[in-house]
Design a protein around this ligand. Structure first.
Ligand code: HEC
Length: 194
């Protein structure tokens, strides 16, 4: 392999450029006292965020960065204070996600898109949550009231538009074809959502 004249020139220019940059950095450090952060060896990794008060104007902040979360979330110190910030990333897992219910009724709700409109934990959605509905007295759109028992839930699945819950809902509940047994599993499961 031969190095052409042009390549030689490019190499020299790059070298000169790198040297100039190095020189400028050295100048900046000396002239403007630009400090480069040093590696601290006496600070151990920490798992918990906290604000340590050294004096009323001097604080030490231990900040833990996690996925989607920082700890402490907010820190307030008097204006003009000196704060030494120490950062630590933590891979500490949060609480494990709640295990998916194993009830066959849950699996049917999931498989038949009921869960796209209904939550089982109280969260509002396109339709009302299914949590705690069993045994409740429910107002209907026509002004009457019903007790949400297994018969009502069964009927709601078989004929979604026969009795409509009072309230403003953006979508109608669709009819889902399910077998008698499947409906019973679902009714039984909804009863367990207290
Ligand atoms: C497209 C959204 C949607 C889907 C999918 C859906 N629903 Fe609904 N559901 C609603 C809405 C909206 C209401 C409230 C208005 C009404 O009564 O029709 C409702 C009401 C209910 C109620 C009465 C709730 C109460 O507070 O008493 C039950 C029970 C119910 N749905 C069960 C189911 C089941 C079981 C499935 C699946 C087979 C299902 N829904 C699928 C939208 C949906």
């Amino acid at each position: 392999m031969t190095v052409t004249q042009l390549e030689k020139r490019i190499i020299w220019i790059s070298l000169a450029f790198a040297l100039v940059l190095l020189g400028l950095s050295a100048l900046a450090i000396n002239l403007f006292h630009v400090g480069l952060p040093t590696c601290l060896t006496d600070i151990k990794p920490f798992q918990k965020g906290e604000l340590i008060t050294h004096s009323p104007t001097h604080y030490e902040l231990h900040y833990v960065a996690r996925m989607w979360k920082f700890e402490p979330e907010n820190v307030t110190v008097p204006a003009g204070s000196i704060v030494d910030i120490y950062l630590s990333a933590s891979a500490k897992p949060g609480p494990p996600p709640a295990a998916e219910p194993t009830h066959p009724g849950y699996k049917l709700l999931d498989a038949n898109t009921c869960l796209t409109c209904h939550s089982i934990d109280g969260q509002p959605g396109i339709g009302p949550t299914l949590k705690g509905i069993h045994g409740r007295t429910q107002k209907l759109a026509d002004g009457s009231t019903v007790t949400v028992d297994s018969a009502f839930i069964r009927e709601k699945i078989l004929h979604p538009n026969a009795k409509i819950i009072a309230g403003r809902f953006e979508q109608e509940m669709p009819k889902t074809d399910l077998t008698r047994e499947e409906i019973e599993e679902i009714v039984e499961y909804i009863q367990t959502l207290k």
